[in-house]
Design a binder for this molecule. Structure first.
Ligand code: PMP
Ligand code: GLU
Length: 400
């Protein structure tokens, strides 16, 4: 007789971003020329100087378990980075290094959420936030946004949500944002932070795309507003996106010591620590600079400019110009409402485009909003050109 699966596990769906990408990879392995706009990860190799640090760590036999919170050398470098780049003063004991920012967020949520606590999340949102909240038997409360507010929540919207729900505990704020590319200004963050302070709401500030920002926009770290705000904020960051290190698995959380200490204990019973080699590579990534991060940013900006222009040239498609990260999320509602192929939602549309036109996109529904699809432009210009052609032809085929 089959072993009964837990109710918790039954309720969790696989990450749709990773699922789209693996389906595309299977098609590619079968010889189909799929253009993959699915998963969001830089298509560049990890910069040489960082790779060399990893190789040196292996050759130096730095291959054992480390301090569960991350090696002191790395936590010191993270403190220096946060001070220099984000005007944030933390000590090493305020830092927890985890196997990816995804794990950082989960450790933090697990440290603060009891069953039925509510976690506020602006939608469209990154796929893993609601799933992580649900895994803890806490409740995601969605705050919808759209193009009319540049995909941003307002302080009033937040206050209304806090007052109309029974157990608000935390908000996850992601700027620059996946999937919309929106970037909150200092003023907007101040207004949001004041509401959180008024109602004692923990701010989980996911700043993983901080270095991928365009049009001269500036990233502002909400925790740097004041000591009072810093005391209710956990800053999440990592090396995956800025340094093209998605497979190395390293993220970190910085915040009040009581939360970080609890999160470290949880990690000590799950993953122990981040692999030692990656930690040494991250020390170099976060303390040296050979210009490759800025070169990648410039390349992403070029691709964004091209992709957004082309998407907006497609009849009845509107694409908000993303200011950061590496995603564009065109509004395709017209094609859901006016098609002859019996396609009812963004999931069916993406399946159709993948099967018939060999482009992999993530359906808006994965981010909580059906009328969009997400392109990751962490892809070569050549692929973007060809992909947009296929997308255009695919959409046209729906209405003719
Ligand atoms: N936050 C956001 C918004 C992301 O898009 C990602 C990408 N996977 C992560 C966190 C986690 O990144 P990682 O676990 O690779 O550090
Ligand atoms: N964050 C990336 C994305 O949204 C990577 C995949 C994932 O971890 O969700 O595509």
């Amino acid at each position: 007789m089959a072993i009964k699966i837990s109710n918790r596990a039954k309720a969790i769906k696989a990450s749709p971003t990773l699922a789209v990408s693996s389906k595309a990879k299977i098609m590619q392995a079968n010889g189909i020329d799929v253009i993959n706009f699915g998963v969001g990860e830089p298509d560049f190799p990890t910069p040489e100087y960082i790779k060399e640090a990893g190789i040196k760590a292996i050759n130096d036999n730095f291959t054992r378990y480390t301090d569960n919170r991350g090696i002191l050398e790395l936590r010191t470098v993270i403190c220096k980075k946060l001070k220099k780049e984000n005007c944030l003063d933390y000590k090493e004991e305020n830092i927890l290094v985890s196997p990816g920012a995804k794990a950082s967020i989960f450790n933090v949520l697990m440290s603060v959420c009891d069953p039925r606590d509510e976690v506020l999340i602006a939608t469209p949102c990154w796929v893993s936030y609601p799933s992580q909240v649900e895994m803890l038997d806490a409740i995601p409360i969605f705050l919808p946004t759209d193009e009319s507010t540049d995909f941003k929540i307002s302080a009033t919207q937040l206050e209304d949500a806090i007052l109309t729900n029974s157990n608000p505990k935390a908000i996850i704020l992601n700027s620059p944002n996946n999937p919309t590319g929106t970037v909150y200004t200092k003023k907007e963050l101040e207004a949001i932070a004041n509401v959180c302070l008024k109602y004692n709401i923990l701010i989980v500030a996911d700043e993983i795309y901080e270095k991928l920002i365009y049009d001269g926009e500036k990233h502002f770290s909400i925790a740097s507003i004041s000591e009072e705000i810093k005391a209710i904020t956990i800053v999440i960051n990592g090396v995956s996106k800025a340094f093209a290190m998605t497979g190395w698995r390293l993220g970190y959380a910085a915040g009040p010591i009581d939360i970080i200490k609890r999160a470290s204990r949880i990690q000590s019973h799950t993953t122990s620590c981040v692999n030692s080699i990656t930690q040494k590579a991250a020390v170099v990534a976060l303390s040296e600079d050979d210009g490759s991060v800025e070169k990648m940013r410039q390349e992403f900006e070029k691709r964004r400019n091209y992709l957004v222009k082309e998407l907006n040239a497609i009849p009845n498609v509107k694409c908000y110009p993303p200011k950061g990260a590496f995603y564009a999320m065109p509004n395709i509602e017209f094609y859901l409402l006016n098609n002859k192929k019996n396609i009812h939602n963004s999931v069916e549309l993406c399946e159709y485009l993948l099967e018939e036109f060999h482009i992999a996109l993530v359906p808006g529904l994965a981010f909580g909003v059906d009328k969009y699809v997400r392109f990751s432009y962490a892809n070569s210009v050549k692929n973007i050109e060809e992909g947009v052609k296929r997308f255009t032809t695919g959409l046209k085929s729906l209405i003719h």
